[in-house]
Design a protein around this ligand. Structure first.
Ligand SMILES: C[C@H]1O[C@H](O[C@H]2[C@H](O)[C@@H](O)[C@@H](O[C@H]3[C@H](O)[C@@H](O)[C@@H](O[C@H]4[C@H](O)[C@@H](O)[C@@H](O)O[C@@H]4CO)O[C@@H]3CO)O[C@@H]2CO)[C@H](O)[C@H](O)[C@@H]1N[C@H]1C[C@@H](CO)[C@H](O)[C@@H](O)[C@@H]1O
Length: 411
């Protein structure tokens, strides 16, 4: 729109000062999506963007998720070869914003139709009252299961509790010789639904209290260890993603806990899911103290030191648009963050969207604070030590809590 126009509250309307047709420049985007299963779709969308805005050159760089956060922080701290736009994981945004590495986006073209975004993903884009990212995808975790393996074992439905999961695993073992579940052992994110299932959490940010080693936390560690020791689940403390996906896709195990980002791989068909109808998705099993799965996801964020801010904001507006979100959902199975996209019939009719939309609305909220992401490194150290038999569940929980109290200075 032309410059000077204002929205009804007198603030400059989003993007009022930018005429898209006149924007030019280069946008380097560091994308952390899965190089094999997801990146090709993002690159197709970028080609469409380039066709629409030929004066903006997009330099697409795929950066593996695991090392991306430090790579981004190093580039932003020196400004050398820093990207203009990043795919910021929900926990990275508050931390990067607190370091003044991100451009505030309120009132800009990037945050187009801001009211259309779901509240939970929006919560993870805010820092000290300003908006530092634009939601791309939101996610949580669920129980993925192999319907045929359950039927062959004479089990009618997915387990709703950990106890039922153990009983089902025993029946699957007895009837088919297979192990019931694959429990990912090298990524601390996979501990959270067990923690929430005991009514626990890593910390209570409101009171700055560490809670991971309280009785509920210890019970959660015991539950995970027991799943493996009882033979209900198999695990590995290295190459967890690859081992989990190949075990589940090949029908070596009948269940895994995972999120919608796994659908792009599962749906590509390992022999167990050549027929997509064989994939069942259910809520994560409840523990003795509750039921819940964490909120995850990713947003677009603009580097505060970018020399191409207008072009970057135009790029983010396009990538976060309802049209692009619908394309990503239909092609990858990932979840939109715009309410209007869920209303589209060809999106609403996708089974996994129906399931996960309800699940993300109930997802257990995490503290969107700069320290939020730092909780996982100490946790995965103790989680793997426990699974390797080097520590008891009590020791693993306590060591995690002590590391938090040391790192955070909380009680
Ligand atoms: C350790 C890390 O802890 C946290 O990360 C949490 C994260 O906060 C949780 O939300 C959760 O992320 C979900 C995610 O929500 C979910 O969407 C999915 O992502 C898919 C994509 O969907 C898919 O497209 C594709 O990209 O692939 C993605 C990945 O599959 O699955 C994710 C979980 O995998 O779990 C993360 C923990 O894993 C910190 O934030 C750091 O990342 C930290 N890493 C640094 C720590 C530095 C210090 O040690 C070390 O030196 C550095 O080298 C390390 O980089």
């Amino acid at each position: 729109g032309s410059s000077g126009s204002t929205s009804n509250n007198g603030a400059p309307a989003a993007g009022a000062s930018v005429d898209p047709a006149k924007v030019s420049g280069t946008v380097t985007w560091w994308d952390t999506s899965d190089a094999k299963a997801e990146a090709p779709t993002y690159q197709k969308v970028i080609a469409d963007f380039q066709a629409k805005y030929p004066n903006v050159k997009v330099n697409y760089v795929n950066v593996p998720f695991d090392g991306a956060q430090n790579k981004i922080k190093n580039a932003f701290s020196t400004g050398t070869d820093a990207p203009d736009v990043i795919r910021s994981e929900v926990a990275w945004t508050p931390e990067l914003a607190s370091l003044h590495y991100l451009a505030p986006l309120d009132g800009t073209l990037a945050l187009d139709k801001a009211d259309d975004f779901l509240p939970n993903p929006v919560a993870a884009t805010k820092y000290e009252g300003k908006t530092y990212a634009v939601p791309q995808v939101t996610d949580t975790m669920a129980l993925f299961y192999n319907k045929k393996m359950f039927a062959d074992a004479g089990i009618a439905k997915a387990p709703a509790t950990i106890d039922e999961l153990k009983a089902d695993a025993a029946q699957i073992k007895a009837k088919t010789g297979k192990t019931g579940m694959y429990l990912r052992g090298d990524d601390a994110y996979w501990t959270l639904s067990f923690l929430y299932g005991e009514g626990g959490d890593l910390v209570d940010a409101g009171s700055k209290t560490v809670t991971v080693d309280n009785p509920a936390g210890v019970k959660a560690f015991k539950t995970m260890k027991d799943l493996v020791d009882s033979g209900a689940a198999k695990t590995s403390v290295t190459d967890g993603w690859a081992n989990m996906m190949s075990s589940f896709q090949s029908g070596d195990t009948a269940m895994m806990i995972n999120g919608p980002w796994a659908l792009a791989t599962v749906n590509k068909g390992g022999d167990a899911f050549a027929d997509k109808a064989n994939l069942g998705i259910a809520v994560v099993p409840a523990g003795s103290g509750g039921q819940g799965a964490p909120q995850g996801g990713h947003s677009y964020a603009v580097y505060a030191g970018s020399k191409n801010v207008p072009a970057s904001e135009l790029f983010v507006q396009y990538m976060a648009s309802a049209e692009v979100q619908a394309t990503l959902t239909k092609e990858l199975g990932v979840l939109p963050t715009r309410k209007s996209v869920y209303a589209q019939p060809d999106v609403a009719s996708i089974d996994s969207v129906k399931f996960f939309k309800d699940a993300v609305d109930k997802a257990h909220q995490r503290p969107w604070i700069p320290e939020g992401g730092t909780l996982f490194a100490p946790l995965v150290t103790e989680y793997t030590a426990m699974l390797s038999g080097k520590e008891t569940p009590e020791q693993a929980a306590k060591n995690t809590g002590d590391a938090y109290r040391k790192n955070l200075g909380w009680k």
